[in-house]
Design a binder for this molecule. Structure first.
Ligand SMILES: [Zn+2]
Ligand SMILES: [Zn+2]
Length: 73
C-alpha cells in the first residue's frame, strides 16, 4: 500500500482522521480501485493513522485523484 505524499492534489480543509485543521498534508493511499489521496495532518501521516476509504467512496476518490495527476480517461 503506497503512502507517499503527493504535490498534485488539492488539500482538504481538515484532517480526515482526527479533524485537525493545521499542518495538513495530502498522502496517497492504495484502494481496491487504485490509488487515491486523502488529507491528513502531519501527526496522523507519521503514525500511518489514515482514515479508511469506504467501498463506495473509493471509486470516486480514485477517479478524482486521477484528475489531480492529469490522467483523465
Ligand atoms: Zn490528524
Ligand atoms: Zn489526489
Amino acid at each position: 500500500m503506497a503512502r507517499s505524499r503527493t504535490r498534485f492534489c488539492p488539500k482538504g480543509s481538515e484532517c480526515g482522521a482526527c479533524g485537525r485543521r493545521r499542518h495538513l498534508v495530502v498522502v496517497e493511499v492504495g484502494t481496491d480501485f487504485g490509488t487515491a489521496c486523502e488529507t491528513v495532518c502531519g501527526g496522523c501521516a507519521e503514525r500511518g493513522d489514515l482514515p479508511p476509504i469506504g467501498v463506495f467512496a473509493a471509486a470516486a476518490c480514485v477517479n478524482a485523484h486521477r484528475t489531480h495527476l492529469g490522467q483523465v480517461a
